[in-house]
Design a protein around this ligand. Sequence first.
Ligand code: PLP
Length: 431
Amino acid sequence: MTDSPRPLGFDTLAVHAGTAPDPATGARQVPIYQTTAYVFKDADHAARLFNLEEVGYIYSRLTNPTVSALAARVAALEGGVGAICCSSGHAAQIMALFPLMGPGRNLVASSRLYGGTITQFSQTIKRFGWSAKFVDTDDLKAVEAAIDDNTRAIFCESIANPGGYVTDIAALAKIADRKGLPLIVDNTTATPWLCRPIELGATLVVHSATKYLTGNGTVTGGVLVDSGKFNWSASDRFPSLAAPEPAYHGLNFHAALGPMAFTFHSIAVGLRDLGMTMNPQGAHYTLMGIETLGLRMERHVQNAQKVAEWLEKDPRIESVSYAGLKSSPYHDRARRVMPKGAGALFTCAVKGGYEACVKLVNELQLFSHVANLGDTRSLIIHSASTTHRQLTPEQLIASGAAPNVVRLSIGIEDADDLIADLDQALAKATA
Ligand SMILES: *Cc1c(COP(=O)(O)O)cnc(C)c1O
């Protein structure tokens, strides 16, 4: 992409950012660099690369040209200075926390999160000596009260999956700023087309590229975007970034690399030692997917609005939890946080409870019953019996996955066909 005299729009960046015709061959599409290693020009070149004095390719666990093209594209779309592609969304979350945390440290996390993230934060990170304190992020006083001397980050989702809850990112960013903490936003369900967390004050943005970024259910991947705006040296709380890092021959990343400190640390230490690397094939599919992100999201949102409005009027439905509806307590906030629409993921409560939900899921023909979201195809899942079945009853209710609730991820098909499919399946489920 050549330097532009004016800032380029989102859809232009989605097609062009991070990519130029291949310098070796002129190939217009980004080639899949299916290689593990890269030949050094000479011993001196190799030494400069390892010292981070020159940026280049060493080994594909660290960087790869196809993967780097995707990182640059997502960084541009989110308005960050750099990004790291990871093997999954969950890997991106661990990679986001890794330079910040240590034994005895905690993060303050929203109680409304993707079910897998609640499990990752409430159980698995304990093995590293890390912990999470879950709070209702609508209660700003509770957020502030949960922060202690060992807190190293605040974590939330822009649109919380599955309850259709929209987070007041700017309000959380203010608290994070005041407390000298980075705010991490999982922007998977909104995508940068709907919501730009960095503009609202987020420090880091994480994505499951598995979802809308790739958009067609072919890739498991994640991306971590760094705003480059956080001052890691303002306190002594982030020694990996702002003091000599023993894992990288004593380099002080913030002193040496300024706003790129987090990005470089994530590559030079995080990917090097944790190995949660995205593969070039996965990066290729995700690059292709992102080319149409804006077009798809526009249709996803239009369809979700139509289907949600139809369901809300249907007597077989108890309620619909979608911030695009006037009945939602998050309707006004959604217009502020994501003015182009409230996403395409929502839940609805079915009269007839657990049994009717199970039948509905079985009777649908166009909707697929899968544990995924953000596909071109419409998807449905009964969270209580699947993705969220590890959660306690209290966690189920808090995360919007009660037993009578199904979650819909509305695709880009013809909305009338989706409505007809729901109509016939609801008739059988509630007969
Ligand atoms: C799917 C998802 C994740 C986890 O991503 P994977 O790619 O499945 O590891 C994290 N957060 C949200 C909001 C998700 O939807």
